[in-house]
Design a protein around this ligand. Structure first.
Ligand SMILES: [Zn+2]
Length: 198
């Protein structure tokens, strides 16, 4: 069972001031401090698109079998976790073969939609989780990867589109709690098919 808002709050308070996460050093981070106040960075001039990681499946780190962190898989899709981070759960849904979102045919799109709803429903059914945000960005790697971010119930600072930032800001919670929630999601996904791998 995910930590309660009170447990997260107490743990974070005990750690003192939160350090700035590494995203503040990314070149796409849009804010700077100017004259002592937060301000937008100047817009860079247009430049040609850069290749994304794994374009056309060449040297794609998301292709292949035996990838780390997979908690559930069927013949065509897998759900995995990354390194534990600040939110209670962050999951990624990917096709096993190399497709970007616009590449999916109607049948694959239908499967993608069903799995997206299923994951969101399962994560939102966990105790102490208020919402499961789902998003596909796709500017980094070409291989389709859909993000699911669990937002803790009653922790209203974490609402909305800044929740990925909070995922980087907050320290990870207890690893055994995290793994138990991962296992519960995998178990529930497997009741519809596929195999739980955690
Ligand atoms: Zn790939």
């Amino acid at each position: 069972m995910a930590e309660t808002a009170d447990q997260i709050y107490a743990r974070v308070q005990a750690g003192g001031d939160l350090p700035a996460p590494s995203i503040t050093e990314w070149d796409v981070f849009p804010w700077v401090v100017r004259d002592g106040a937060i301000a937008p960075k100047p817009l860079a001039p247009p430049s040609p698109e850069e290749p994304r990681a794994g374009e056309d499946g060449v040297d794609c780190s998301l292709c292949g079998a035996d990838l780390p962190g997979v908690i559930w898989q069927d013949e065509r899709w897998r759900v995995k976790h990354l390194k534990q981070s600040g939110l209670p759960l962050v999951l990624v849904l990917e096709p096993i073969e190399h497709y970007d979102l616009p590449d999916l045919d109607e049948h694959q799109a239908a499967e993608f939609g069903v799995l997206t709803v299923r994951i969101a429903r399962i994560v939102e059914s966990l105790p102490n989780i208020a919402r499961c945000h789902a998003m596909r960005i796709g500017d980094g790697a070409e291989h389709l990867h859909m993000w699911f971010l669990a937002r803790p119930k009653d922790l209203l600072s974490l609402r909305g589109s800044f929740s990925p930032d909070w995922d980087d800001i907050l320290p990870p919670g207890p690893a055994d709690v995290w793994r138990a929630d991962l296992a519960e999601v995998a178990r529930k996904l497997a009741t519809h098919g596929g195999e739980a791998l955690i």
